[in-house]
Design a protein around this ligand. Structure first.
Ligand code: NAD
Ligand code: MG
Length: 362
């Protein structure tokens, strides 16, 4: 049965937009009110198309709906693949009034959003995220882009969607590793800003892992609300938005060391948050009990609690030195002032970081 469970608004002045969350919405929820013209281009990939494309087309009754199906994978988040979206738009004569629709995970969402930012100097776009990670993270906030051979997400634009439609039913086909990876970002919101949500997650983690649709909708709603608040306060990442990177400095080092694709982003962030909590405890910011609390919830989400075998403290130091948050060569980290409140600091003691790395590297 199709049911809307939550709605919220991302407040960005004249770029504000709604997020609609529910079960069985795809194909049943009419998205035409958000389409200005008569043309729609749905962008998806070869994994998601057989599962959900037919249903997505049904959300745009009475319009010219064209589709482009891209290959699946982060390695295709590049210029060549992006061009296939422009090829399809031009071949099917889509005008400045067309609307692009992203149907898929964060890769499809980031590429489609960037295509929408560029095509005819900018056209509207709709997000239909189908992974937990894209539902709670990449579909909210307006960051779009592609990778360059020399760096991830290096070419891009800010371009906000007009509406985000989240159907929890789409998560039933998602591999469980991907579900856990999405839960890492969900837990992050509780840790950085919302103690009440963290307590709720501790009570409901089993239902979430089992894909209970009402529990998922609640978790997605509260995650989107948290990200929307942070983004509304700091749309272009001047300051506050950096707290969304809890666990990400350690996490990026892990992802790079393991080789992209071997560890999922969320898996690396899960371990990274445990390491950040350990360092926060050494800095005297949180108690040892709080540090265990972080470790327990991350593990209950099915996420790894240690970096990959063979990764040394020197590997971490070398890889963390290139983090975008660093200023003037000083390592800046997101730590926990309390459980439920993150801070960005460049003042952690080097010996504490050394001890954290020594503890986690085997
Ligand atoms: P993804 O898009 O690669 O999706 C993961 C896998 O799941 C893919 O194989 C995909 O085809 C498959 N899939 C998608 N939906 C499915 C479904 N319902 N059932 C079965 N399989 C399904 O990965 P992701 O984790 O969704 O997103 C990662 C990307 O998001 C990265 O490129 C990252 O840079 C980006 N990202 C962007 C932002 C942002 O703010 N724009 C934030 C976080 C991440
Ligand atoms: Mg992330």
């Amino acid at each position: 049965m199709s049911r809307i469970l939550h709605e919220l608004n991302v407040d960005l002045g004249d770029r504000s937009y709604p997020i609609v969350i529910g079960q069985q919405l795809l194909g049943n929820y009419d998205l035409t009110p958000w389409v200005g013209g008569s043309q729609v281009m749905i962008v998806t990939n070869e994994t998601v198309a057989p599962l959900y494309l037919e249903r997505a087309i049904r959300s745009f009754p009475g319009l010219q709906v064209d589709t482009v199906v891209l290959p699946d994978g982060e390695q295709y988040k590049d210029w060549g693949t992006l061009n296939r979206i422009f090829d399809a738009l031009l071949e099917k004569r889509h005008s400045r009034k067309t609307t692009l629709v992203a149907l898929g995970g964060g890769v499809v969402g980031d590429m489609t959003g960037f295509a929408a930012a560029c095509y005819q100097r900018g056209v509207p776009f709709i997000q239909i995220p189908t992974t937990l990670l894209s539902q709670v993270d990449s579909s909210v906030g307006g960051k779009t882009g592609i990778n360059h051979p020399l760096g991830k997400n290096m070419i891009g634009a800010f371009h906000q969607p007009d509406v985000v439609l989240i159907d929890t039913a789409s998560l039933t086909t998602l591999p469980s590793r991907e579900v856990s990876a999405g839960l890492a970002e969900v837990i992050k919101y509780g840790l950085i800003r919302d103690l009440d949500f963290l307590a709720w997650l501790e009570a409901e983690m089993e239902r979430l892992v089992a894909l209970d649709s009402e529990a998922l909708a609640e978790a997605i709603y509260r995650s989107c609300r948290c990200k929307a608040e942070v983004v509304a306060l700091d749309e272009r990442e001047g300051g506050l938005r950096a707290i969304l990177n809890l666990g990400h400095t350690f996490g990026h080092a892990i992802e790079t060391f393991a080789g992209y694709g071997n560890w999922l982003h969320g898996e690396a962030v899960g371990t990274g948050m445990i390491m950040a909590a350990d360092l926060s405890a050494r800095e005297g910011m949180i108690s040892d009990a709080d540090e265990r609390r972080v470790r327990d919830i991350v593990r209950r989400a099915g996420l790894p609690a240690r970096p990959p075998e063979g990764m040394s403290p020197d590997d971490f130091m070398a890889l963390m030195a290139v983090d975008k948050k660093n200023i003037d060569g000083k390592l800046r980290l997101v730590l926990l002032a309390h459980v439920g409140q993150a801070v960005v600091t460049a003042d952690s003691k080097p010996e504490n970081l050394t001890e954290t790395l020594a503890k986690f590297c085997r």
